[in-house]
Design a protein around this ligand. Structure first.
Ligand code: SF4
Length: 334
């Protein structure tokens, strides 16, 4: 690969993003976690707010999971932030608040996989460790003409080995960001701007007019559609909410809901657990699409007449404002 051309293109064309201003491993870690499955434009306002409140790992380690979830409410994939908090506390306890600088120590932190460790080590510490993300997979598979379904682990591993050999010949901090930036700005998933690409003279896919054939990515299964009856429930003037324990939306609060096709089925299920409701209003259907499933929620306002739905807590309207709510339920405007 023409690494020098790529690096020099990056130095001239890179976007001025706030997480590129400092080579601080903490800031780079925060940005990498936020950017997982999330667009840069969405992340930017969260990133600025986050660093104002948590300027270092020490402040982050002292926060509560609830406060942290409220701060990132709307970003989705909340388990990453629960892990982030555990990792921050571990950095304070085991490393005296200083972000570690070896691969093994960084990988040992909760929620840090091979990609994130590679990104931190190469960008913050200029160490040659591969960071293979979707942009890098696209650029390398096109540039080198590497075939194979990139959903398969063995094919990603093969590309990761190639990326590792390339970064060892490059300036790690520049190389990692340069390939990612090329993927984001030029070598886009559809209609890449090959005419503006610093690698076009030696690019396999460009030479073979096969740019859109790479990378090979098999289709995912159709999204599951789940039907819920969702209740905005009140008891003694307070709202009932439930903290989510499952991986999807872990740590966020939701209104109580049951997987059911219609209201009667949900009410019967409640009755079986000793809970009786009085329905006051039908709010209608609210839909929320996740990456692997769609929730179709039939929403009702109701009062609890008897019992208490399992796992629910009572909150005042003021306390409700401070709790991190899942966006799927935030859409259900009070
Ligand atoms: S020439 Fe086109 S396909 Fe090849 S790396 Fe550049 S943008 Fe991607």
């Amino acid at each position: 690969m023409e690494i020098e051309k790529l690096e020099s293109w990056y130095n001239k064309n890179r976007r001025e993003l706030p997480f590129r201003l400092f080579k601080d491993p903490y800031r780079i870690w925060v940005s990498e976690i936020m950017l997982q499955q999330t667009q840069v434009d969405t992340v930017l306002p969260y990133y600025d707010r986050f660093l104002k409140v948590y300027p270092s790992v020490v402040e982050l380690a002292q926060t509560s999971e609830e406060t942290l979830h409220k701060m990132v409410e709307g970003l989705g994939y909340y388990r990453r932030f629960g892990n982030m908090l555990l990792a921050a506390r571990e950095i304070v306890e085991k490393h005296g608040g200083k972000f570690p600088n070896t691969y093994d120590e960084i990988r040992a932190l909760p929620g840090i996989g091979k990609y994130t460790a590679g990104a931190i080590l190469s960008i913050a510490y200029n160490q040659p460790y591969s960071a293979l993300d979707g942009n890098v997979i696209r650029v390398l598979s096109r540039y080198l003409g590497i075939q194979g379904d990139m959903r398969q682990e063995k094919n990603r591993k093969h590309l990761d080995t190639i990326n590792q050999s390339l970064i060892e010949k490059a300036h790690p901090e520049i190389y990692t960001q340069a390939v990612m930036e090329l993927g984001a700005l030029v070598c886009k998933p559809t209609k890449p701007f090959c005419a503006e690409c610093p690698l076009r003279e030696t690019c396999f896919a460009f030479a073979h007019q096969a740019v859109e054939d790479y990378p090979e990515i098999s289709k995912t299964k159709a999204k599951r559609i789940l039907h819920f009856v969702t209740f905005i429930l009140r008891k003694d003037g307070q709202l009932l909410l439930k903290k989510r324990e499952e991986n999807l939306l872990k740590g966020m609060y939701l209104y109580p809901q049951l997987e059911a096709d219609h209201l009667e089925e949900a009410l019967n299920a409640m009755e079986r657990t000793g809970v009786r409701l009085s329905i006051s209003r039908h709010r209608g259907i609210v839909k929320h699409v996740f990456s692997h499933q769609t929730w179709v929620m039939d929403v009702y306002e109701a009062e609890v007449l008897k019992g208490m739905p399992e796992g629910c807590i009572l909150v005042s309207d003021q306390a409700f404002e401070k709790l991190p709510m899942a966006v799927a339920h935030k859409k259900i405007v009070m």
